[in-house]
Write a protein of this length. Structure first.
Length: 725
């Protein structure tokens, strides 16, 4: 008997039973088992063998990572499809398996080739463990029949979770309010989330997690999955009456979207799985993995000024150069010209698709503005929305056949837009040429790549066949080609704000715009939960105007800037209309961001499980735990005043730290003028005491925040005795 494989990384164990002809089965995925002898692993396989029960198959088998009905599984199958009604159920037999070199340091990889002779299908199953303890898997299916087509309906790899996982956490959302958490019991049945928007979606559950009762940021076991795909997708949490529970996910294929001709293959997206003791550890595995990628942005994330909420469509060279002057004066390093620079684009109803600089507004092209921006020492960036087209555009009038449609009709418009079919060779070639020409003519260091509508009835004209799958693959190809031609250009994924946030798009982009809402109160929660998947340096976060144009709320500059600090910091505000005091104050926040971004964009994100919702505590702890920055955020009026002590997690338990307010976030605005007793001179406590007992938080008005810095006082070699304060 083949001994099970036991992979270990960063406190996680994955035990795979690969014995016999069946596809691999997961015997354990979770906390580190430490090194186990082969005999014990074989005993674990025996211990996990399901018992025969009444009204079930006579010889029950363990469930594989791609569940099959041929093995007695009556839940959601791992592969669905048919060959003109036949071959609807598979029974794959493994032909070979091999452990191969992992693509990332510290990782492990298993490649399994299996075949179903009756269905005339083969598959390649890839399972990997990264150095950060993530598990990921991908399935490639090939039609081996010589004559007939296999209609593939879906591929859904899975990972099992133990019975201790009794609660499910996922997310929903909408435009201007992305990443809303929702929690429910993990009961018998299927919790299925389907996205049919043609892009990841503002309501997408970026992770689907299951955990022990009451799990939070700092405690409780959590298992969860993420589908690394930017088109239609689905995730599920399923528990059967026989006591088996799993999480799964994959691409959601529309009817007839993947028809495998003889010899053709379909490669599904990666399904990522993370385990942690608490959501912070769960998230940290994704963060460490993303930071280990060769393409992960490593230069300091520049302070961005984006022109959208400053000028909207009112493009005027003098106004924009004045804005650039003001941006440089507060310390901005990247200036991004947003929507409105191309032909016929005086509002959002016309011009989209005509990717030529508007000669009426820019008689000398963008060169005067680009030269001015670069002369101020800033990088120049440009907004584009390549996948979309206005019907009122030269492009749509010249090439109506390039618009995605089905049934001889156009889909309903959204924001006055339709969708260009990237599967059409002419449309694809046009976009590749135009974007390459813009990047070649101007010294553009950054593209804000937008996508402002869902894909509804997204078909290929004139056939009318569903086209979201091809559209997603062509988008990836277009981004890859542009990056190859212009390797120095960074790209932001924006989609009506945060409607395309996934690890598929982030293989090709350098950050996401997490929401079109710059209201700092809304942003506190949007950024808090986006960090479940992404580290701060990949999350665009901007200081908006005093009055938010999406909510009408009025916020202090310190609240707006202190919120943006914990992401990739930027400014989206007409600084030419800001007073001198506001500009000076903003410049102080910019200086703080520049001083801290090395910490913020490399450290561990922590979020405290503070009781109640009126006070949020979050921060970033340095990788070596020498220092940390925390934000104490009042989101509403608290029941109690003062709010009590807050815990500061993540520090080295037996080291001493000096905790003190951090300027310019050191002004507690609240119902009383006197701050807590420790505020003026700081306080020295151990990391353990700070995490367990905490410090008194100042009483704050709603929608205010303060910053706290913790700096280690002693080296690792001079730790305090256990139990010291």
């Amino acid at each position: 008997m083949t001994a099970p494989l036991h992979w270990r990384a960063d406190g996680v164990s994955l035990v795979l039973d690969c014995a016999g002809p069946l596809l691999p089965r997961v015997l354990h995925w979770g906390a580190d088992l430490t090194e186990r002898p082969p005999g014990e692993l074989a005993a674990l396989a025996l211990a996990a063998t399901p018992q025969r029960v009444s009204d079930n198959v006579d010889a029950p088998r363990p469930v594989s990572v791609l569940p099959e009905q041929s093995a007695g599984w009556v839940g959601t199958p791992g592969l669905t499809g048919h060959r003109d009604g036949a071959a609807f159920s598979t029974a794959f037999a493994v032909e070979r398996r091999a452990e191969e070199p992992a693509p990332a340091p510290g990782g492990r990889r298993l490649a399994v080739v299996a075949r179903d002779a009756a269905a005339r299908l083969s598959l390649l199953l890839e399972i990997e463990m990264t150095g950060s303890g993530l598990v990921r898997q991908r399935v490639t299916v090939t039609n081996e029949d010589r004559d007939t087509t296999f209609l593939l309906d879906g591929v859904l790899p899975t990972l099992p979770v133990p019975n201790q996982a009794t609660e499910v956490l996922d997310f929903t959302g909408r435009h201007l309010r992305e990443r809303i958490p929702q929690r429910q019991p993990f009961t018998v049945g299927t919790r299925l989330r389907e996205n049919r928007r043609g892009r990841t979606g503002a309501d997408a559950s970026i992770v689907l997690a299951a955990g022990t009762a009451g799990f939070g940021f700092s405690g409780g076991e959590v298992w969860g999955v993420h589908v690394a795909w930017s088109g239609n997708h689905r995730t599920l949490a399923e528990r059967t009456p026989t006591g088996f529970a799993l999480l799964g996910g994959g691409e959601l294929l529309l009817a007839g979207e993947v028809r495998l001709a003889p010899g053709e293959s379909y490669a599904g997206p990666w399904l990522y799985g993370s385990y942690g003791n608490g959501l912070d550890e769960f998230s940290a595995r994704f963060h460490r993995y993303l930071r280990s990628r060769p393409r992960h942005p490593r230069s300091p994330r520049p302070v961005i000024v984006n022109t959208w909420e400053a000028v909207y469509f009112d493009h005027d060279l003098t106004r924009l150069t004045n804005l650039a002057d003001a941006a440089a004066a507060v310390g901005a390093e990247r200036f991004v010209l947003d929507d409105g620079w191309f032909r016929h684009r005086r509002d959002d109803r016309a011009g989209l698709g005509d990717w030529y600089v508007d000669e009426a507004v820019w008689p000398k092209g963008l060169h005067p503005l680009v030269d001015h921006v670069r002369g101020l020492g800033m990088e120049f960036g440009l907004w584009v929305e390549p996948e979309m087209v206005n019907p009122d555009s030269d492009l749509a009038r010249a090439h109506p056949e390039w618009i995605m449609a089905t049934g001889g009709r156009l889909p309903p418009e959204a924001r006055g837009q339709q969708v260009l079919d990237l599967g059409h060779p002419g449309a694809y070639a046009y976009l590749a040429e135009r974007l390459d020409a813009l990047l070649s003519e101007y010294e553009i260091g950054y593209l804000k790549w937008d996508h402002n509508r869902d894909l509804i009835e997204a078909g290929h004209a004139p056939s009318g066949q569903a086209g979201v799958h091809v559209q997603t693959l062509r988008l990836y190809r277009l981004l890859d080609e542009l990056r190859a031609r212009h390797p120095g250009v960074e790209i932001e994924s924006c989609a009506s704000g945060g409607a395309r946030v996934d690890l598929g798009i982030l293989e090709r982009t350098d950050r996401v715009w997490s929401s079109d809402c710059n209201d700092a109160l809304e942003r506190q929660l949007i950024q808090r939960w986006t960090a479940t998947l992404l580290p701060p340096e990949l999350i665009g976060a901007h200081v908006g105007p005093t009055v938010s144009h999406t909510t009408g709320r009025v916020h202090t500059l310190d609240f707006r800037a202190g919120t943006a600090l914990f992401g990739h910091f930027g400014i989206e505000w007409d600084l030419t209309r800001a007073g001198d005091a506001d500009r000076d104050r903003l410049a102080a926040w910019v200086r703080l961001y520049k001083r801290l971004r090395g910490l913020l964009h490399s450290g561990t994100v922590v979020r405290s499980d503070h009781p109640g919702e009126s006070l949020l505590v979050h921060g970033v702890v340095a990788e070596d735990r020498a220092e940390a920055v925390y934000a104490l955020v009042a989101t509403a009026t608290a029941v109690c005043s003062p709010p009590g002590r807050v815990r500061l997690p993540g520090l080295e338990p037996e080291s001493a730290y000096r905790v003190a307010p951090l300027p310019p976030g050191d002004r507690p605005q609240g119902p009383v003028n006197e701050p807590p007793g420790w505020w003026a001179g700081g306080v020295e406590l151990s990391g353990r005491t700070l995490a367990v007992a905490g410090i008194q938080a100042p009483a704050l008005f709603p929608e205010r925040l303060v910053l706290v810095h913790a700096g280690r006082l002693v080296s690792r070699a001079r730790r305090l005795p256990a139990g010291s304060p």
